[in-house]
Design a protein around this ligand. Structure first.
Ligand SMILES: [Mg+2]
Length: 229
């Protein structure tokens, strides 16, 4: 990853060209339904990491995670700042899960992604290695041109602006040329503040920064026309 990145210049509304070029997909609970239960596997690994590797008392783990999540947007940030956790050790440990029992190849998703006449990339708070494992298990690894992971902005996660800005800069894009698809409203709030179009994988909620809601990622094509002028 190029470290000398120039951040893009923010544009006035009147300067925005409404041309959609890239769809930025979140990974977990966006490309597959949350009810499949991948996150609980990762959660259990995070808890083990905190108690085993960092020797945090088991009774304190849940409360600490909530605090760090609220303060920093991700557990890892708090563990790095307050417990001197090695981020690479953390990522390797918490993503050491077996996806085969929970995820299966998704030909419907693969077809839906194939039919999109836009570039597709991943922006995830997980590691690139985990992303590749998920994409391969779903059978959609060839659909994405880039994976931007938690290392993209030096472990600074969504919904902080830094990873979004790195993506825009790396791909030489204007924010108005991007559609962000994510299952977490807060991640879309940042995307909208930067000028992106936003699609929530989830139920209609009335959030002003969500342009469209969608039950499953495989329906993305049908909502894109609503975003085009
Ligand atoms: Mg997600």
């Amino acid at each position: 990853m190029n470290k000398s990145i120039n951040y893009p210049v923010y544009r006035l509304e009147s300067d925005i060209e409404h041309k959609l070029k890239v769809i930025i997909f979140d990974l977990d609970n966006t490309l597959y339904p949350d009810e499949l239960g991948v996150f609980p596997l990762i959660d259990a690994r995070i808890n083990s990491y905190m108690s085993q590797r960092l020797e945090i008392p088991k009774n304190d783990v849940d409360a600490l995670r909530r605090v760090y999540w609220k303060m920093y947007g991700a557990t890892l940030q708090g563990l790095m700042l307050h417990h001197r956790a090695d981020p690479e050790d953390f990522l390797q440990f918490v993503h050491d899960i077996d996806l085969i029992p929970v995820l299966k190849p998704d030909s419907t998703l693969n077809q839906a992604l194939s039919s999109l006449q836009m570039h597709k990339v991943i922006l995830t708070n997980a590691s690139r290695e985990h992303a590749l494992k998920v994409l391969k298990t779903l059978g959609v690894q060839n659909q994405f041109e880039h994976i931007f992971d938690i290392r993209t902005a030096d472990y600074r996660p969504k919904p902080h602006k830094e990873p979004y800005l790195k993506v825009l800069d790396s791909l030489k894009l204007k924010s108005s040329e991007c559609v962000m698809v994510d299952d977490l409203p807060d991640n879309l709030k940042t995307a909208k503040e930067l000028g992106m179009h936003t699609v929530l994988i989830g139920e209609e909620n009335g959030f002003p920064y969500v342009d469209c809601c969608l039950g499953r990622a495989c329906g993305i094509e049908e909502v894109l026309h609503r975003l085009r002028p």
